[in-house]
Design a protein. Structure first.
Length: 287
């Protein structure tokens, strides 16, 4: 049922992705000039006020780990599902003799699957200045003053998350709330991870990576064949195989906990081959 709710929610976002109201509000992200890496981009914030197909508001640009900033007034439209705006005037900025705050035109579109607002820009008063913009929705008020209410600590985490293929925070929240655990099954007397389970494990890794406060407990089990001591070790090996897989694919070991129960917690009968197969498993829980 929860999976169905998630599908319906994403489908709803896909439907409203071409609605003007999806763009209304405040966004933050990065401007990446052509030939530049995302790590060296300019921090970018936008406050869009949408009225029908008309857009106005302001943008704010900041140089990472510095006090350099510029606030610009914008005007634009919503056309064919994209938000198109131009920066009209630089209202406030820190100025240096070696730096110019270029105004630009931009065209961005919302991806209802990833939750990112992405597109391209081209300067209107600086030659050969083009690139792309990546943003995500944020609940805050854009500052027009020199001191912003938001520090730059978020930027490195955003870069890492984006490069890891993680969705925007609003989508990750839904993914976590609707994630459904399922056991990983093993062959008789084996602790090798079956190929059929790898896609699920990668989805679980993605959810955990997307939430810094999330940890996972991994618990190994066996059927009733063999001695108690042997099954304890086998269930341990199965849990450890999952832990090793998670670490290999980027999860920090301190976000993982494992346990093993041998044959003591079956979920089915041990009197049939089908029941034994269900008991040869690893279970998961968020902690």
């Amino acid at each position: 049922m929860r999976s169905l709710c998630c599908i319906l929610w994403i489908s709803c976002l896909s439907f409203i992705g071409f609605s003007e109201t999806i763009y209304d509000g405040t966004w933050q992200g990065v401007i990446i000039r052509a030939g530049q890496s995302i790590e060296n981009g300019t921090l970018f914030f936008a406050d869009f006020s949408v009225n029908g197909k008309t857009v106005d508001g302001r943008t704010r640009e900041e140089v990472f780990d510095s006090e350099k900033y510029a606030v610009k007034k914008i005007s634009g439209t919503i056309t064919d599902g994209s938000i198109n705006f131009r920066q009209i005037v630089v209202e406030k900025s820190t100025k240096t003799s070696r730096m110019k705050w270029c105004r630009f035109n931009a065209s961005l579109a919302y991806d209802s699957i990833t939750g990112y607002l992405e597109g391209t820009y081209e300067s209107t008063d600086c030659k050969r200045v083009i690139g792309k913009i990546i943003m995500y929705r944020l609940d805050f008020k854009l500052s027009r003053e020199k001191e912003s209410e938001i520090s730059h600590l978020w930027f490195k985490q955003f870069v890492k998350d984006f490069k890891d293929g993680l969705n925007a925070p609003e989508i990750r929240k839904i993914e976590r709330e609707n994630f459904v655990f399922k056991p990983i099954f093993f062959d008789f007397d084996k602790s090798d991870i079956r190929e059929e389970h790898r896609a699920f494990l990668m989805r679980l890794i993605k959810v955990v990576k997307g939430h810094s406060d999330l940890r996972v407990k991994v618990t190994g089990h066996t059927d009733a064949d063999g001695t108690n001591a042997y099954n304890d070790q086998l269930s341990r090996n199965r849990a450890k195989a999952i832990i090793d897989y998670f670490v290999k694919h980027g999860l920090d070991a301190d976000r993982l906990e494992f346990d093993f129960k041998g044959e003591t917690q079956p979920i089915d009968t041990n009197n049939t081959s089908e029941g034994k197969q269900r008991n040869r498993r690893v279970d998961f829980a968020f902690i």
